[in-house]
Design a protein around this ligand. Structure first.
Ligand SMILES: NC(=O)C1=CN([C@@H]2O[C@H](COP(=O)(O)OP(=O)(O)OC[C@H]3O[C@@H](n4cnc5c(N)ncnc54)[C@H](OP(=O)(O)O)[C@@H]3O)[C@@H](O)[C@H]2O)C=CC1
Ligand SMILES: Cc1cn([C@H]2C[C@H](O)[C@@H](COP(=O)(O)OP(=O)(O)O[C@H]3O[C@@H](C)C(=O)[C@@H](O)[C@H]3O)O2)c(=O)[nH]c1=O
Length: 292
């Protein structure tokens, strides 16, 4: 039995669907079993006796976190610590999800798992603190750092762009922040591979789509596919701009491309190029046209 914590979020829903399709028994919880209440976590563990825990819950509003620091740290540091304690008490392996925003963006080459961190935002600092808590509390952990996640469920950059592109004649998107998008379904596949392998190669792993782009490059591809698939019914001009022309409360890393050599080696994965995954997403997902 796999326990998906945060099963109503974007990744949690994708993972639940993936496990259903793969016939993997799972049970889920979200706010009703708050990760901020250790006794609730303990009771759930005793009742369902999971063999694995996957933590998909988090505080993910990057800009809002700048003014809600205590909430971000509660959900991204304290919650994962309580989950790790519950996991350690029952000797259950824990898969915890983290982010490329733990890096400062100054690297010129893909970031390996042991590259120096230096978060630039409250969100990034809170996620790094969560990683550190998990490592300290339970040895039996897989921390997966991923990046620029999108999927069918919940708000994400793809849906934000489609909405803007449908409602405006032109938009500006930053082209000096580089990384790689990740389709939540590919991450769900990795999580099921880890669980299925019964691996004990605990530690930190990087995972995203292959290839590299800027948010502007990502937006252009979303536009191209949106037009091709008929999701977008009108034309929109997409203009690149520097970050200075799109100021946000939180600073984002200029470069956060994750090196995936370790995860590929350990789990024998072939990771698709982000453009291929995005195309498959557009072909397979039920993109809510009324929300766009
Ligand atoms: N989205 C992205 O681009 C990226 C995400 N990540 C990481 O991936 C993971 C999944 O992200 P994503 O699916 O986007 O996250 P979401 O924000 O979509 O989902 C998080 C879920 O956790 C729930 N939650 C909030 N508070 C609690 C609580 N006290 N107890 C239990 N559950 C709670 C949320 O509920 P509610 O909605 O009601 O608040 C929501 O259902 C996170 O760890 C995130 O940091 C990493 C890189 C990129
Ligand atoms: C909406 C919009 C954003 N942008 C810029 C702002 C920002 O620099 C970049 C990304 O925008 P967003 O704010 O939508 O994405 P953001 O919330 O920063 O996405 C991040 O979420 C968290 C949870 C993560 O862990 C990260 O990996 C990453 O996916 O695009 C534009 O340039 N033009 C626009 O019209």
């Amino acid at each position: 039995m796999i326990w998906i914590i945060g099963n109503q979020g974007m990744l949690g829903k994708e993972l639940s669907r993936y496990f259903d399709e793969a016939g993997l028994p799972h049970v889920g919880s979200d706010r009703e079993v708050s990760i901020l209440e250790p006794s609730a976590l303990r009771n759930f563990t005793k009742k369902h006796r999971p063999d694995w825990i996957v933590n998909c819950s988090a505080y993910t509003a990057v800009d809002k976190a700048e003014e809600e620091e205590s909430s971000a740290f509660a959900l991204n540091r304290d919650g994962p610590a309580y989950i790790a304690e519950a996991a350690a008490d029952h000797n259950i392996p824990l898969i915890h999800i983290s982010t490329d925003y733990v890096f400062d963006g100054s690297s010129a080459e893909p970031l390996a798992e042991d590259a120096a961190t230096g978060p630039q935002s409250v969100y990034g600092r809170s996620k790094l603190a969560g990683e550190e808590a998990v490592r300290k509390i339970t040895e039996r952990h897989f921390i997966i750092r991923t990046a620029w996640l999108y999927g069918e469920f919940g708000s994400n950059f793809v849906y934000t762009m489609l909405k803007l592109m449908e409602s405006r004649d032109s938009i500006k998107v930053v082209n000096d922040q580089k990384g790689s998008p990740t389709w939540a379904r590919e991450l769900a596949l990795l999580i099921s591979v880890i669980i299925g392998s019964g691996s004990t190669a605990y530690g930190t792993y990087h995972f995203s789509g292959e290839g590299e782009c800027s948010w502007y490059g990502f937006a252009r591809e979303i536009y191209r596919l949106g037009r091709e698939k008929g999701v977008l019914t009108s034309e929109c001009e997409i203009n690149p701009c520097p970050s200075s022309e799109f100021p946000t409360p939180a600073r984002r890393p200029r470069y956060s491309l994750l090196c995936k050599e370790k995860v590929k080696r350990e789990f024998g994965l072939e990771i698709p190029d982000w453009k291929d995954s995005l195309a498959e997403f557009f072909s397979s997902a039920d993109i809510p046209l009324n929300a766009v």
